[in-house]
Design a binder for this molecule. Structure first.
Ligand SMILES: CC(C)(COP(=O)(O)OP(=O)(O)OC[C@H]1O[C@@H](n2cnc3c(N)ncnc32)[C@H](O)[C@@H]1OP(=O)(O)O)[C@@H](O)C(=O)NCCC(=O)NCCS
Length: 162
């Protein structure tokens, strides 16, 4: 699709099915992970109803039709900057629509909103093996050289009510 025929709009509760499908496909493709669909659906549902803490951006043909790409933005407080920093997550463009500027449009929409909101930095993390996405982010001017991400996975809570 020609990018000029593309619209980027905020995610809404009606996007739940397509966003769940995109996240399942993305995890499998990029990390060989089969996500728990029930947990994912709950997480997506909350994300679609929880602005401004998390928001989806959906790319779709301007004339209507199924979504062709998505990303989610969350925010994190930076005491160093006395400001919210935005994080991009859950980036996915359906394979048939890749290489046509869909992500470029999504990213431009995020940057425009971030600038208008006075956000000083937009960040994302990407699997070290995902060299294709890394090349995309670098091509659009992001700098991947500064940090590595470290994480601890905690045991799932057990007991009544969990
Ligand atoms: C990575 C991904 C989001 C890129 O989306 P896309 O819509 O195809 O990207 P765009 O067409 O907007 O490309 C933007 C720029 O990135 C570069 N680029 C895109 N794909 C690239 C690739 N595979 N290799 C190198 N550069 C690439 C190009 O320079 C392009 O600029 P151009 O339009 O001037 O040529 C998409 O391939 C995807 O969904 N991949 C699977 C999921 C994934 O990896 N998600 C990221 C998890 S962190």
């Amino acid at each position: 699709m020609n990018p000029s025929g593309l619209a980027v709009r905020p995610g809404a509760p009606d996007d739940e099915d397509s966003v769940v499908a995109a996240n399942l496909a993305m995890a499998l493709e990029t990390e060989d992970l089969v996500l728990n669909a029930e947990v994912l659906r709950r997480g997506v549902r909350r994300a679609l109803s929880a602005p401004p803490d998390c928001r989806y951006f959906i790319a779709q043909p301007a004339a209507g039709g199924d979504p062709v790409g998505q990303l989610m933005v969350t925010r994190e407080w930076s005491d160093w900057r006395d400001a919210w920093v935005w994080w991009i997550q859950s980036v996915y463009v359906w394979p048939a629509h890749r290489g046509k500027g869909v992500y470029r449009r999504l990213y431009a929409a995020v940057l425009a909103e971030a600038a208008a909101a006075g956000v000083p930095v937009v960040r994302l993390y990407v699997d070290t093996r995902n060299t294709s996405a890394q090349a995309t982010y670098a091509a659009l001017g992001m700098d991947g050289g500064h940090y590595q991400v470290f994480e601890a996975t905690l045991p799932a809570p057990v007991g009544p009510g969990t």
